[in-house]
Design a protein around this ligand. Structure first.
Ligand code: SF4
Length: 84
């Protein structure tokens, strides 16, 4: 599945815009959520960013705690809402 991995948000405003897009989706539209958030099932970029180091990752639950995502995720996955 192709997801929107770029642009990676470089400012709070760009980050907030992606969150707004996610909030506008139908709650049951999982596919669009994965596309808009830019999910990958592998680390991303030269820095190999991944969920494991993301501030929103709950490692013991393997869960993304960002309310607009709120999904089970694997530690080696990534999305463009990644933050440390
Ligand atoms: S925001 Fe993205 S990178 Fe961070 S834990 Fe959630 S799915 Fe992973």
């Amino acid at each position: 599945m192709e997801t929107i991995t770029d642009p990676f948000p470089k400012s709070h405003a760009e980050f907030a815009e992606i969150l707004k897009e996610l909030r506008e989706l139908e709650p049951t539209d999982l596919r669009s959520k994965l596309v808009v958030a830019g999910f990958l099932d592998r680390p991303y970029g030269r820095a190999l960013m991944r969920c494991r180091e993301c501030t929103y990752y709950l490692i013991h639950k393997k869960w993304c705690d960002l309310p607009e995502v709120s999904l089970p995720v694997e530690p080696d996955w990534w999305c463009r809402l990644w933050r440390i």
